[in-house]
Design a protein around this ligand. Structure first.
Ligand SMILES: Nc1ncnc2c1ncn2[C@@H]1O[C@H](COP(=O)(O)OP(=O)(O)OP(=O)(O)O)[C@@H](O)[C@H]1O
Ligand code: SF4
Ligand SMILES: [Mg+2]
Length: 377
């Protein structure tokens, strides 16, 4: 990915469309984030085996997700951003229990679901849904879209056939699909319409959590805006909680309440959206943000060009995983601790802003590690 690749176009257009549609006024669900989190992951690890040789033995492990702690609060949108391959989708799939973690724990609505299987997991499957980047790939080309949308209702044995048809009709209406389109096939729709089908398919089951995995990345900017606004109004209307995976910082800024930034399988920074966009503390987040164009021609951001590519997750760098590319470390004269000790994700003061950097908080160049013999200029 190039950081913030598509720029803020979709986001600013989405804001405009949204303010035009505001008078339609969906009933707002209560304040986001109140009470215990809907999802909490602790020490989450996922290592995928790499097979090699004639015997297909395991020769190495891809450290896709490594010791991730995250919370998704009720009614909020948590944006999850980072370069390609940093583990965003894997975190989403782990939370949905589509894949098993190597270690760590996942709780949903206060229940530990880490090791649930079969019938015990089924109710949670209904309550957690996913919207994919490419809805075409997730839709059966041989099924009329109404059947695809209603498939989950059938699988979960919800309602009679007539009730299911009515639910599908209502959901199609909510996402802006016309009744005459019900018997059409996926190839007869545009990309934006297909994403609406994907959204209807996920939401017809009335989930609590929706993992939106790059749902607008493949769409034109103007269509992105419509889909983002649709997701936001459905969230308000239905009280949904979103884990919104994206690499476009403009989109993330538009849709998120809080943002978690991932780098090479780890969370580098988590903060309230405004906090993060105003006062990013991790050098990686600062580099991502430096690529977001500012609409005001009078203002310019100093562009931070990250050196090199993301290292292989099979052999991540020792110490801080970002250290070979870190502009702050270079400015500080390459302090040893960055390559020797992994920084923990820690709060800055009493705020809810968490950063994994030995030099977090207090501005650039101030070592926050007690007893370190690092330069503090
Ligand atoms: N089933 C799998 N088997 C082996 N490796 C995998 C598997 N799934 C993901 N990976 C690896 O895990 C790492 C993280 O992948 P993931 O898809 O979570 O990244 P991502 O942040 O979603 O990237 P993108 O932005 O490109 O979608 C990558 O190195 C990927 O190659
Ligand atoms: S710990 Fe060091 S290498 Fe890592 S982000 Fe902070 S300054 Fe950069
Ligand atoms: Mg992905």
């Amino acid at each position: 990915m190039s950081a913030a690749a598509a720029g803020p176009g979709a986001a600013s257009e989405a804001r405009a469309v949204e303010s035009r549609g505001a008078s339609a006024g969906n009933a707002a669900v209560g304040a986001a984030g109140a009470g215990p989190p809907l999802v909490a992951v602790r020490g989450l690890v996922k290592h995928f085996p790499v097979h090699g040789g004639v015997l297909r033995r395991t020769v190495a492990w891809v450290q896709a997700v490594d010791q991730v702690d995250l919370e998704v609060r009720r009614g909020e949108t948590l944006g999850l951003v980072g370069e390609s391959g940093c583990g965003k989708t894997t975190v989403g799939r782990l939370i949905l229990r589509l894949i098993d973690p190597t270690s760590g724990a996942i709780s949903f609505d206060g229940q530990d679901i880490t090791h649930l299987r079969g019938g015990a997991l089924k109710p949670y499957r209904r309550r957690m849904q996913i919207i994919f980047q490419d809805p075409f790939a997730s839709l059966d080309p041989r099924l009329p879209i109404a059947d695809s949308i209603g498939e989950g209702l059938r699988i979960h044995g919800i309602g009679s056939p007539a009730q299911r048809r009515e639910k599908v009709r209502q959901m199609m209406d909510r996402v802006g699909l016309a009744p005459y389109q019900a018997r059409r096939y996926p190839h007869e729709f545009s990309g934006g319409q297909r994403q609406r089908i994907g959204i209807a398919r996920a939401l017809v089951l009335e989930p609590d959590l929706v993992v939106c995995d790059e749902p607008v990345s493949a769409l034109d900017v103007s269509i992105q805006a419509q889909v983002l606004n649709l997701l936001k109004s459905l969230q308000r209307e239905l009280g949904l909680t979103y884990l919104f995976i994206a690499h476009n910082m403009g989109v993330v800024e538009h849709i998120s309440d809080r943002v978690a930034v991932m780098y090479l399988g780890k969370v580098a920074e988590v903060a309230d959206r405004q906090d993060l966009f105003r006062d990013a503390q991790h050098p990686y987040t600062q580099a991502l943000l430096s690529a977001v164009p500012i609409p005001d021609p009078e203002l310019r951001r100093k562009r931070v060009i990250l050196r090199g590519d993301v290292p292989s997750p099979v052999h991540p760098p020792k110490g801080c995983r970002f250290n070979p590319r870190c502009q702050l470390r270079a400015e500080l004269g390459n302090p040893e601790i960055c390559a020797a000790q992994e920084p923990e994700l820690l709060q800055i003061g009493t705020s809810e802003h968490e950063v994994a950097c030995h030099f977090r908080g207090n501005g650039l160049g101030v070592a926050s590690v007690a007893g370190s013999s690092l330069p503090t200029n």
